[in-house]
Design a protein around this ligand. Structure first.
Ligand SMILES: [Zn+2]
Length: 199
């Protein structure tokens, strides 16, 4: 009797191990946010995100590996850079709640939205103007004006380590006025261009 029970438990154990080994990785890798199909569906359904800076489509630095433009900037670019002059309007790419609107070190002055319809997605707008028109916990609608491109140089930040070649303090790790846009899914940066309708 004991032997039969032992065999039964062993069988159950092997069965559970089998299920774990084969099905857990499948569940994990099927996270829809990481597949091309997911992005295609999002775009085809007309639910593509709103371009954060209408009229500005030139991208000076794409997502991923790159040659670092300043000694401070990353060589694995967490987002895309869109050059635009200081005070250019910035818009919410989706309905969201503002979780951060303040100085953000390497990102300079930064606005972060957590998306309401995509709770595991957060969006960061970096090197923005310190003249914030949104504040933490504010709800913003897709296409709503939320801020402005910031100046290259900013003053009044204590111990700002970011400086240009003249030694003047800069708006984070930046070489000129631009919007840096990061989109994170489950805290992992992904290519922001996947979320927008392709023109
Ligand atoms: Zn950037």
């Amino acid at each position: 009797m004991v032997k039969i029970l032992n065999k039964l438990f062993l069988s159950i154990f092997i069965f559970v191990l089998f299920i774990s080994l084969f099905f857990v990785p499948i569940l994990y890798s099927s996270n829809p946010y990481y597949t091309d199909e997911y992005y295609e569906q999002l775009i085809l359904s007309g639910d593509g995100f709103f371009w954060p800076i209408p009229g500005y489509t030139y991208i000076s630095s794409y997502f991923g590996k790159r040659v670092s433009p300043t000694s401070y900037a990353s060589s694995n670019h967490s987002g895309i850079d869109i050059p635009a002059s200081s005070n250019t309007n910035l818009y919410a790419i989706e309905d969201g709640i503002v979780t951060f609107a303040s100085w953000g070190a390497g990102g300079g002055y930064t606005i972060v939205l957590k998306l309401l319809n995509f709770p595991n997605i957060s969006v960061s707008y970096c090197h923005v103007s310190p003249n914030f028109i949104v504040s933490r916990n504010q709800i913003v609608k897709k296409g709503e004006l939320i801020g402005f491109v910031g100046p290259k140089n900013v003053y009044g930040i204590n111990n700002n380590p970011y400086k240009d070649s003249n030694g003047n303090p800069t708006n984070g790790a930046t070489t000129g006025c631009h919007l840096h846009l990061t989109i994170k899914v489950d805290d992992i940066p992904v290519n922001p261009l996947n979320f927008f309708n392709k023109e």
